[in-house]
Design a protein around this ligand. Structure first.
Ligand SMILES: [Zn+2]
Length: 297
C-alpha cells in the first residue's frame, strides 16, 4: 500500500511538472482532436482488463499530440511485422519528459505519414480510424507514467469539456453469496462482510445518443461516515496486473459481470443504518442513492 501511494504521488508530481513546463513554454496541453466526443472512459470493464485510456469518437479527423514529443514507437497497420501487438492497429507512442508517454491508437492505416523522430503539438500524427481491435472509428488515447508504473486518467489533465449531465444510479444491490439482493428502504441484511454493488453509469452531453460510461468515483457512507471509495484517477501495474484505487483492487474486485460496479465491501453490524452511495463524474456532477437498512442481530 505504501509503495502504491508513493508511486501515485510520483505520477501526480511528474504530471504537475509537465503541466508547469507547458505553461512555461506557453504551449498549453491540448486535446488530440478538435471534435471531442468521449465514447469510452478510464477504468471501464473490458472483459479481461480495465480500459486504460479514453476513447474519442467524432468521426475521421486529424489527430495531434497533446504536447511536443519524441517518437518512442510507431506502427502502421499492414506493415510486415508479425510479432508486434495487433490490437492497437496503427499507433504512435510519444515521450514528453523522461517518464510521461502518450499513446494514440486505431489510426487509419497509411495516415501516419513519413517516419520521423519528433512531433510538435500542432503537427498531425495521423487520422482517426478503426485499425486493430476497434468497434467503429475512434481514437484510443492513454497516458503512462513509466517511472511510477501507472496509467493516468487522461480526463484528469486534459482541458475540461462541458459536461452537466450527472451519472445515473439505476439500482443498488447487496451481494449475498452468489445472489444480488436489491437494496431499498427497509431492506434487512445479515451482519458481516457484504459487497455493495450498483448498476450505475455516467452520461455525457458530448455524446448525442445514450451511451453508458464508467463514472469517475463511487463513495459509500454509513450513517454519515465514509466507509468505502473507489476512484478511477489512475491504474497501477502490480504483479503484471492493473489495479485501481488506493486499495489496489483488480478488475474482478471492481466490476461484477454485467458492468455492475462493486462500490465497496462493508462490515455490517446489527442495527439500523443509513446507507448512502454517491457516484461522481470528472466534472463533479453527482448522483446519490440513499436507503435505510436494518442489519439483523
Ligand atoms: Zn480504448
Amino acid at each position: 500500500m505504501a509503495r502504491r501511494s508513493r508511486a501515485r504521488r510520483r505520477a501526480l508530481a511528474a504530471l504537475t511538472a509537465l503541466a508547469f513546463a507547458c505553461a512555461a513554454r506557453a504551449a498549453a496541453l491540448d486535446w488530440p482532436v478538435a471534435a471531442r466526443v468521449i465514447t469510452g472512459t478510464f477504468g471501464e470493464d473490458r472483459g479481461d482488463h480495465f480500459h486504460n485510456g479514453i476513447d474519442i469518437g467524432g468521426g475521421s479527423q486529424p489527430v495531434h499530440p497533446v504536447l511536443d514529443g519524441e517518437v518512442v514507437f510507431r506502427y502502421d497497420d499492414g506493415s510486415d511485422y508479425t510479432s508486434l501487438p495487433r490490437g492497437l492497429g496503427s499507433f504512435i507512442v510519444l515521450r514528453h519528459d523522461p517518464h510521461i508517454r502518450t499513446l494514440y491508437a486505431h489510426l487509419q492505416a497509411g495516415s501516419l505519414g513519413p517516419v520521423r523522430d519528433r512531433y510538435a503539438a500542432n503537427d498531425r500524427i495521423g487520422v482517426i480510424g478503426e485499425t486493430g481491435h476497434a468497434n467503429g472509428p475512434h481514437l484510443h488515447f492513454a497516458v503512462f507514467d513509466e517511472e511510477a508504473g501507472s496509467t493516468i486518467n487522461p480526463l484528469e489533465f486534459l482541458p475540461p469539456v462541458p459536461d452537466h449531465q450527472a451519472p445515473v444510479i439505476r439500482r443498488l444491490y447487496a451481494r449475498v453469496g452468489d445472489r444480488l439482493v436489491p437494496l431499498d428502504n427497509g431492506s434487512i441484511l445479515k451482519p458481516g462482510k457484504t459487497s455493495i454493488v450498483a448498476d450505475t453509469y455516467d452520461l455525457r452531453e458530448d455524446v448525442a445518443f445514450r451511451w453508458p460510461l464508467a463514472p469517475l468515483s463511487a463513495t459509500i457512507s454509513l450513517d454519515g461516515r465514509e466507509v468505502s471509495r473507489i476512484s478511477f484517477d489512475s491504474l497501477q501495474v502490480e504483479g503484471g496486473h492493473m489495479v485501481a484505487g488506493a486499495a489496489g483492487l483488480t478488475r474482478e474486485q471492481v466490476w461484477d459481470p454485467g458492468e455492475l460496479l462493486i462500490c465497496g465491501t462493508l462490515d455490517l453490524k446489527p442495527g439500523d443504518s443509513a446507507l448512502r452511495l454517491s457516484v461522481r463524474d470528472l466534472a463533479g456532477n453527482e448522483a446519490v442513492r440513499a436507503v435505510s437498512i436494518t442489519v439483523s442481530p
